[in-house]
Ligand binder design. Structure first.
Ligand SMILES: *Cc1c(COP(=O)(O)O)cnc(C)c1O
Length: 390
């Protein structure tokens, strides 16, 4: 079905930060399959782990214990300080799990209409519950009736959350992204998550972090909440977890870790040996090769270099980011830059109409990042110049 308006290119091979199209042309990838291929394309250790697992056991269902899945749960809970994990196949499904968990948590407390606080400009997925939770009319339009049980507040605004607390006794949870990726690379003020943590503790709500984009090293730490010295009650993961093999996870702590009982939630494919082998190897490489510290430093390098070339350019509103997500906000819609970059054999993205988004592989080297920045800056300047002439 024509759910995407696709760019005119077909990639047939990838290696590290490079992709080749079917005519043999090489492209520099600063998008990584939308924050998925953190180790670059076809990392040899991930390829080897997937191949080995595919030749051993691919799927059995969760009616039986799955060794690889239990290993993966142990690794992620060790890294995050969470207690239990549920595995599924995508970010939307991980968030769907979190939403169900919050509702059950509410019902267990005697709240019949459990309500979740969600944010303006958020993105949580395309299933009915997750598109209802998303703060983007374009994602929702045409799919009404939406679900009940959500109340929306501005992002990065603690006072608005406090106001809801005073007026709504049905709130059971806050669902929030530590930074908003799809919503325009919005980084909240330093103490935002800490303040949310305090309010959730005060009112006995679950703090649920959607780390589908920010998790697995993208923020320059394993999980973006680790910049804030808090622990959430629920955290969702997907994108970077399996290096491109479909896997999602919903992690939980404390009472939230014990909320689901047998029969409450399930997934046929979720946490199968193949997906878990891909994720386990991804985590092992990230750790053993010091990739996440490198990502944090490379992100600073990219933003410094962007600022030195773009700060004085009229039409560039702000350059911002965390770890290896970077947004360049322009004063006018700039979706056309994606195609212009493609013509220069560079893959970038524009989100929220006006924000150029860079999501390179966490293993990108400095000379490649220099190339990404210099081509992007040249394209932005040419674009803004041509617009001001019209
Ligand atoms: C991409 C994304 C999702 C949806 O993930 P899918 O795997 O496409 O379902 C949810 N939340 C955030 C923050 C995302 O970036």
């Amino acid at each position: 079905m024509s759910t995407y308006s696709q760019l005119p290119v077909t990639f047939v091979r990838g290696e590290g930060v490079w992709l080749w199209d079917k005519h043999g042309e090489r492209y520099l990838d600063a998008l990584s399959g939308i924050a998925v291929c953190g180790l670059g394309h076809c990392h040899p250790r991930v390829v080897e782990a997937i191949s080995r697992q595919a030749g051993t056991l691919i799927h059995t269902s969760n009616l039986y214990h799955i060794d690889r899945q239990e290993h993966l749960a142990t690794r992620i809970t060790e890294l995050s300080g969470m207690k239990n994990a549920f595995f599924c196949n995508s970010g939307a499904e991980a968030n769907e799990s979190a939403i169900k968990l919050a509702r059950l948590f509410g019902h267990n407390k005697g709240i019949d209409l459990p309500t979740i606080i969600v944010m303006d400009n958020s993105f949580h997925g395309r299933t009915m519950a997750t598109l209802t939770a998303s703060g983007n009319r374009k994602v929702q339009a045409g799919f009404e009736p939406l679900l009940k049980g959500f109340v929306r507040v501005p992002y990065n605004n603690i006072e608005a959350v406090r106001q809801v607390a005073l007026n709504n006794e049905n709130v059971v949870a806050v669902l929030v992204e530590p930074f908003q990726g799809e919503g325009g690379v919005n980084i909240p003020q330093a103490h935002y998550l800490q303040e949310l943590r305090k309010i959730c503790d005060q009112y006995d709500w679950l703090l649920m972090l959607d780390e589908v984009q920010s998790g697995i090293g993208r923020s320059g730490k394993w999980f973006a909440f680790q910049h804030s010295d808090i622990t959430p009650d629920v955290m969702t993961l997907a994108k970077g977890l399996g290096s491109g093999v479909a896997i999602g996870a919903c992690l939980a702590n404390g009472i939230a870790a014990e909320t689901f009982k047998p029969g409450n939630h399930a997934s046929t494919f979720g946490g199968n040996p193949l997906a878990c082998a891909a994720a386990l190897e991804t985590l092992a490489v990230l750790q053993e090769e010091g990739v996440i510290d490198h990502a944090e430093q490379l992100g600073e390098f990219i933003r410094d270099r962007l600022k030195s070339q773009l700060s004085d350019v009229e039409g560039v509103v702000q350059i911002r980011g965390q770890g290896l997500i970077t947004g360049i906000e322009l004063s006018i819609p700039c979706g056309v830059l994606v195609k212009k970059a493609l013509e220069k054999k560079l893959l970038i993205n524009v989100t929220s109409d006006k924000v150029v988004r860079l999501l390179p592989a966490l293993i990108m080297q400095q000379d490649e990042a220099t190339q990404v920045v210099d081509v992007t800056c040249q394209l932005i300047k040419e674009f803004l110049n041509s617009q001001s002439e019209d």
